[in-house]
Write a protein that binds this ligand. Structure first.
Ligand SMILES: *Cc1c(COP(=O)(O)O)cnc(C)c1O
Length: 341
């Protein structure tokens, strides 16, 4: 298969239309078989449920080429499972996770020419999503839905080296205690846009959201979970029912315990204790883990002792081990790396 003529190493994180996408429609209470199509456009009613009441959910994952030339993806069953949970919470029909994995693999295969080569640092980003497609004007769930999967090649996240982030404690809330913070819904992003534009205008890379009820506990950023390392080398991740269960974070915690022999604890993390941590990182599919150098709480600066100029030592080990597992240079736990071709 001839690869597309793309300058992989200099790609950014933007949408580049690829040749094929998967589309399946839900109508009269059932999903059709779905097809791979070249048509990148969606045509829906002006009154579609997604346009009026934001009934839409998504997933984000990657495919890449391993050191020995295989095309693989990472733990797609967990994305499928999470999308089932997102659908249930927004009264959308579940697209079963085994069919989800099949659709993802089909879409990657069809776009093989866009899977970046090993060593380029680039990856093929995969975006499965679902939305209410029939007209809805009285507030209720749609009765027809579309599930789609498209792909787009994206560049190396740490282009020109790792630059630790400066983030601020945000005065806006991301998710209510019994709301939708734990599902991957477009609506969680719509309401974060003002906060992130404001953060950027003030010179910050990201927002640290606190728990909405007490504003004393660390939740997550707009699109990534926190991971902290204590001064004695223990991994700590915030526990909350209003954060999105990041697959990267869950994998890093397992890597910490099983590959690096570190202790790891998921518990409530108070903003007051953040100053005592040695390292802080943001976990998500896009970067795997990006180091945080400084957290600013209304003018009060918390500087992480390691991580101001580069990744802290534990963050680096976690990053190297998980990316090694993904790229096939370190043996993966059973089921983590799924071969596409
Ligand atoms: C997608 C997402 C993450 C990261 O999850 P991964 O499965 O690791 O990619 C974290 N927080 C939010 C709010 C997200 O939407």
């Amino acid at each position: 298969m001839e690869k597309k003529n793309i300058d992989w190493a200099n790609l950014g994180f933007g949408y580049i239309q690829t040749d094929y996408r998967f589309v399946s429609n839900y109508k009269n209470g059932a999903w059709d078989d779905g097809i791979i199509t070249e048509d990148a456009n969606v045509v829906i009613s002006e009154c579609a449920g997604v346009l009026q009441y934001a009934q839409t959910i998504f997933e984000g994952m990657k495919a890449y080429t391993t050191a020995d030339g295989r095309i693989v993806t990472f733990r797609p069953d967990l994305n499928g499972e999470r999308m089932e949970q997102s659908a249930a919470r927004l009264e959308m029909p579940v697209f079963p996770k085994d069919k989800f994995v099949e659709a993802v693999i089909k879409t990657i295969k069809a776009n093989e020419a866009y899977v970046p080569p090993y060593g380029s640092g680039a990856t093929l980003y995969i975006r499965p999503y679902m939305f209410g497609s029939n007209p809805v004007i009285g507030v209720k769930p749609a009765s027809e839905y579309q599930f789609r999967v498209f792909t787009t090649p994206v560049g190396p996240y740490f282009k020109g080296g790792v630059k630790p982030l400066t983030i601020r404690v945000c005065d806006f809330d991301r998710a209510a205690p019994n709301g939708t913070g734990h599902i991957k819904a477009g609506l969680n992003y719509a309401m974060s846009l003002h906060a992130i534009v404001d953060a950027h205008n003030q010179g910050y890379d990201e927002n640290m959201y606190l728990d909405a009820a007490t504003r004393t506990k660390v939740e997550e950023t707009g699109g990534a979970n926190f991971l902290f390392v204590t001064k004695d080398g223990k991994v700590v991740t915030p526990k909350s029912n209003s954060i999105l269960p990041s697959i990267t974070r869950r994998s890093l915690v397992q890597v910490a315990k099983e590959y690096l022999g570190l202790e790891a604890e998921e518990r409530e993390v108070y903003l007051d204790e953040v100053k005592d941590f040695a390292e802080c990182g943001l976990c998500g599919t896009a970067a795997v883990i990006s180091p945080v150098g400084k957290i600013v709480d209304h003018g009060k600066e918390i500087c992480l002792p390691s991580g101001m100029t580069e990744m802290g030592p534990v963050t680096k080990k976690l990053y190297d081990t998980l990316t090694g597992i993904q790229m096939g240079t370190i043996k993966a736990p059973e089921g983590w790396v799924v071969e596409v071709k």
